[in-house]
Design a protein around this ligand. Sequence first.
Ligand code: ATP
Ligand code: ZN
Length: 210
Amino acid sequence: MLRLAIQKSGRLSEDSLNLIRECGISFLSASYKLKTEATNFPLEILYLRDDDIPGYVQDGVADLGIVGQNVLVEAGFPQLQVEGLGFSKCRLSLAVPRAAAYNSTEDLQGVNIATSYPQILGAYLTERGVKANLHTISGSVEIAPSIGLAEAICDIVSSGSTLLGNGLREVETVFRSEAVLIANQNLSAEKRELLEQLQFRMQAVRRARR
Ligand code: ATP
Ligand code: ZN
């Protein structure tokens, strides 16, 4: 039996459940439950916070997971990725106050930047020879400049309206993300065979959607 971890409640949840259902896999889901077993495929679904999914798959607590690539890479386990799933597309961007001058990444030299993604942002800046002071905060990153915590931020953007509402403008894309299927790297032969069947169905679903 394969154990698949998906986000319990959030932006990935509905599309993850829909994908599994469209693969022809049936299961009962009740919002208070933490796990459920499929009735017509050897699959158990675990409902977790998205941030916990990469670690659980790395450790083998779950065999598979569906998570944003942003969270996967930030957690330091990019090697777990099996394939992109094409939903929950978003980008991780740098933004500065609307009136602030900004020409290039160089302008961030020595600047205080608030973010929930210090690993991804740190690697991006290091590659470009920029040393900034990263302040890691777990939420409400967009308000950091207005309360004097930072001169710039790096956060997830999809439409840009949240940035605009906080007087910020997007200046650079750091990372592009989508939901990805991840797998533990030491699956048994039986589980690998089941994973292949699941991937085959997922790919058929995606082809049919186009
Ligand atoms: P949890 O309670 O599970 O920790 P969360 O608040 O960290 O949830 P969500 O806001 O539900 O996470 O986002 C989950 C993932 O969805 C993000 O990591 C990202 O990959 C993607 N995502 C975030 N914002 C958007 C958006 N505006 N549009 C599309 N996808 C997004
Ligand atoms: Zn989260």
